[in-house]
Design a protein around this ligand. Structure first.
Ligand SMILES: NC(=O)C1=CN([C@@H]2O[C@H](COP(=O)(O)OP(=O)(O)OC[C@H]3O[C@@H](n4cnc5c(N)ncnc54)[C@H](O)[C@@H]3O)[C@@H](O)[C@H]2O)C=CC1
Ligand SMILES: O=C(O)C(=O)Cc1ccc(O)cc1
Length: 368
């Protein structure tokens, strides 16, 4: 497609979308604005955008598509600013915020004037922020929720999807309140729990100095998302306050139930508790991206000798295969350890498996 795209907010998500738009529509001009000028300069330097806009007001004039990708409470301010800007009649405005209800309410003055606003939420990402973390393929296979108003023209939704074709995401349309409930359950609420586990550990580490050093494996897995941007998550929680308050009440009841099982030393019920959780989790679609990003893991049984990790990463680097995470599971002296390597796509994992098989005798699997 030809046309002018303006991305407001050049961080992980805005940058990744800009890259995917440029890939799918090489003839389009992608302009960027960020409140932090340095981020915009970096985006230009990295080739994520073609031009920098010095202000929102200036950037929107020629825009056919405006993508707002700032923390949700900043998005609210930006929508307000757009109300007084000179916009093309045919412009399509979308956002990438993790909440949709409040955003839809704040976009109403624009839609009431006949300007097209279609809320959006690409449900993939990471705990990293900023333009340097942006990736063209971040949204591949991920769900991308759109929350068009009831009166939105099908043609506008189709044009927006065309612009976003390069994401290779799977589009789903939902009413904003339904989106916020579902995202609350599987994304927003887990962030509260992750942060609370970290807080509990921090409090106890005053008394038990060894704790931070022992906090590996499962602790790191379950708390990874506590390393996400605090400002972004503050905004999300405040926007989705009512849903999260309900979920907190439900969670407190859940914890009371577990407490009761333990108080009564109810062996069978405790086992059932974990069994049911395992059954449901094991049944979740493993190789698809949701708000819980699925990484494509490869598990390599390695002998525990110095240099084995750099040996394997060296083979992968030679083949230009990029990895998103690497860790050792249960490696103990003189016992085989398992090296867990995560990849962005299944294709990368397949290539990695081939590469490691051709260079080493180490057994591999996709699951442990
Ligand atoms: N991080 C993630 O994994 C995901 C985030 N989201 C949503 O996407 C949005 C962006 O998130 P990220 O890219 O991760 O954040 P980020 O922190 O990487 O980037 C946000 C960018 O917006 C800029 N910004 C802030 N206020 C601004 C304003 N008033 N005008 C212009 N630029 C402004 C910041 O300087 C920053 O460069 C958020 O609403 C978030 O809820 C959606 C899906 C996944
Ligand atoms: O890093 C993770 O696991 C995430 O949860 C990423 C994420 C953050 C915000 C969203 O709205 C969607 C996905």
């Amino acid at each position: 497609m030809k046309g002018n795209v303006l991305v407001i907010g050049l961080g992980l998500i805005g940058g990744s979308l800009a890259l995917s738009v440029k890939k799918a529509h090489p003839e389009a001009k992608v302009t960027g604005f960020d409140i932090k000028h340095r981020q915009a300069e970096l985006a230009k330097l990295l080739g994520v955008i073609d031009e920098i806009s010095e202000t929102i007001e200036e950037g929107v004039v020629e825009a056919d598509l405006i993508i707002i990708s700032a923390p949700v409470r900043e998005t609210a301010r930006i929508l307000k600013e757009l109300e007084s800007c000179s916009l093309k009649e045919s412009v399509i405005i979308t956002d990438t915020g993790s909440t949709k209800n409040e955003i839809a309410r704040l976009a109403a003055p624009l839609t009431n004037k006949g300007i097209c606003f279609i809320g959006g939420h690409p449900m993939a990402g990471s705990h990293k922020s900023g333009i340097t973390a942006a990736k063209e393929r971040l949204f591949e296979n991920a769900f991308y929720i759109l929350t068009p108003g009831k009166a939105e023209k099908a043609q506008n939704i189709a044009v927006l999807k065309d612009w976003l074709l390069g994401t290779n995401a799977r589009f789903l349309e939902l009413p904003p309140d339904e989106h916020d409930y579902l995202a609350g359950v599987i994304s927003h609420f887990p962030h509260i729990i992750a942060a609370s586990i970290v807080h509990q550990t921090e409090k106890l580490s005053g008394k038990y100095e060894l704790l931070p050093r022992l906090a590996a494996g499962g602790f790191r897995d379950i708390t990874r998302i506590a390393s996400s941007s605090p400002e972004m998550w503050r905004d999300i929680l405040l926007h989705n306050k009512n849903v999260l308050l309900d979920l907190l009440t439900m969670w407190q009841k859940e914890m009371d139930y577990v407490k009761e099982l333990l108080e009564h030393t109810d062996e069978e019920a405790v086992a059932t508790y974990f069994f049911k959780a395992k059954t449901f989790r094991d049944g979740l679609p493993a190789n698809k991206k949701g708000a819980i990003p699925a990484f494509y893991d490869l598990f390599v049984d390695i002998p525990d000798y110095p240099g084995v990790i750099s040996e394997i990463t060296g083979y992968l680097a030679n083949e230009n295969i990029s990895i998103t995470n690497i860790r050792i599971i249960e490696s103990r002296e003189e016992i085989y350890g398992v090296l867990a390597i995560s990849f962005q796509t299944s294709g990368d994992r397949d290539r990695a498996e081939k590469c490691i098989r051709s260079c080493t005798p180490y057994p591999m699997s996709y699951e442990i």
